[in-house]
Design a binder for this molecule. Structure first.
Ligand code: HEM
Length: 454
């Protein structure tokens, strides 16, 4: 009896060390069972690391949604209006019109972008101290930032809460730590519909007002807010866990901070996999062709590891021109995608804004954290912020945080298994993408993409 009780306690106590990893494996297996195994991993057996960029940039690697079972799942997570989300629009007139407006709204003089980021950070950091979750801290900040990019005026509190609520809902469901709340998301759509006439640049012509609202919601109040919040959570967590880097980043110049950002996005790229559906054959050599209709899965973390010495180690020095292993442009480093195939339109603005916000945080606080740092960061980045003029004694809090994080991991992985399985099943039933392409006129969506060299 006593032995059984001791054994039960030991198994219970050991859960955090083995259960989360097992559950992740079960989840991956279940997703593959429900969703079907599809996709050619790149890099992989067919396409090696050395041809990764070439295949990604191939003109036939330009289908975004049509023809991949995977798309039903993404459309489910990005609803409402996934058919108007820039990332998921097929090449053609609509895509061109939408991409043009995004570029237009993102062209902001550098000094103005820095000032905006600084102002938003100042508000978000008012009265903040102690134990926080970095992603939660960042969401309202980037909600205000995006609002002002789109509307050219300070963000009202009501809008900030709607935007942060929407973005948080999307990223929470994407990570399977919560279900979708469509009413919450549609409240933002309604708010945007009422304010389309206030957007500071003309919106894409030929779209209904609802489609215009969906477009704005998708690009600026979902992707922009989620990506910037996630990127900053990774950056601040890295600083919290590398005190030497933190000290140097606080006192050093912007070039060092840029290296820290580059290395953070190498180790924790925001995209795990970016997929493309081939709209034509891709000939690899005399004997091997990737046929039209294949789903190519470009694996960012894998690419970012290849060709680096000790790739799992965090080392901003890799991006120091004086110390680096190779010149930066030759490194396997594509945090914003590849230039020839729909890269991130914010590739210039995002690092500028991140640097300013990181400085604002470093000027005010010393950061510490003892949690596990993974690419998907479902914990939202717990971190201790100690004001710089307060005594810095993080020891006891870090010890408690380490234990709490391990146990949260056990519970969270179970939640992710259950909710993830439900959402994959639900998305397969809804078939949002498949049904869209069955009912919409063909020529509205699929045009041959621009011809760039292969
Ligand atoms: C650090 C922050 C960010 C990172 C690391 C990032 C990364 C990326 C990457 C890797 C892609 C290309 C994926 C692919 O090839 O399928 C992408 C696409 C995109 N990103 Fe970002 N992003 C960031 C911030 C933003 C922001 C602030 C916006 C604001 C509008 C944005 C809007 C988009 C859009 C609309 C696309 C789709 C582009 C297209 O298909 O034409 N991103 N992003």
């Amino acid at each position: 009896m006593v032995i059984a009780a001791v054994a039960a306690v030991l198994v219970l106590m050991s859960l955090p060390w083995w259960l989360p990893a097992r559950i992740v494996a079960v989840r991956a297996w279940l997703f593959a069972r429900i969703n079907g195994e599809e996709g050619i991993p790149v890099p992989g057996d067919l396409v090696g690391v050395e041809r990764f960029r070439e295949v990604y940039a191939h003109p036939a690697a330009n289908g975004r949604s049509k023809g991949a079972a995977l798309s039903d799942l993404f459309w489910y997570w990005l609803s409402p209006g996934p058919e108007m989300h820039q990332e998921h629009l097929e090449a053609g007139e609509r895509y061109d019109a939408v991409a043009h407006v995004t570029r237009d709204l993102l062209v902001v003089p550098r000094a103005q972008a820095e000032q905006l980021a600084r102002r938003c950070a100042g508000r978000a950091l008012e009265d903040v101290r102690g134990l926080i979750r970095l992603r939660d801290l960042m969401m309202p900040l980037w909600a205000e930032f995006s609002y002002e990019l789109v509307f050219g005026e300070p963000c009202p509190r009501e809008a900030r809460d709607l935007i942060a609520g929407n973005a948080n809902d999307v990223v929470t469901s994407l990570k399977c730590t919560g279900l979708r709340h469509m009413r919450r998301r549609l409240r933002l759509t309604g708010y945007l519909l009422d304010r389309l006439h206030l957007v500071r640049r003309p919106l894409p012509a030929g779209l209904t007002p609802r489609e215009q609202a969906y477009y704005l919601q998708g690009a600026f109040f979902n992707t922009a807010v989620v990506q910037m919040s996630e990127a900053m959570a990774h950056l601040l967590l890295v600083l919290a866990q590398h005190p030497d880097v933190q000290r140097r980043a606080r006192t050093g110049d912007d070039r060092y901070l840029d290296q820290v950002i580059a290395e953070t996005l190498r180790l924790y790229p925001l995209f795990g996999i970016a997929h493309r559906i081939t709209t034509g054959d891709i000939r690899l050599d005399e004997r091997t062709t990737i046929p039209a209709g294949s789903v190519l899965c470009f694996d960012y973390p894998e690419f970012h590891r290849a060709g680096f010495a000790d790739p799992g180690r965090f080392d901003p020095g890799r991006f120091d021109p004086a110390l680096g292993e190779r010149p930066a442009k030759e490194l396997n480093h594509i945090p914003f995608g590849v230039a020839a195939n729909r890269p991130c339109p914010a590739w210039r603005l995002a690092p500028i804004a991140m640097r300013v916000v990181a400085r604002e945080v470093l000027d005010r606080y010393v950061l510490d954290s003892s949690v596990t740092h993974t690419r998907s960061l479902p914990s939202r980045g717990p971190c201790l912020l100690t004001p710089r003029d307060a005594p810095h004694r993080p020891g006891p809090v870090l010890a408690w945080l380490r234990v709490r994080d391990r146990w949260e991991d056990v519970w969270r992985s179970l939640v992710q298994l259950v909710l993830g399985t439900y959402m994959v099943w639900h998305a397969r039933r809804q078939r949002l993408c498949e049904r869209h392409f069955l009912t919409e006129p063909e020529d509205r969506h699929v045009h041959p993409g621009p011809r760039h060299g292969s």
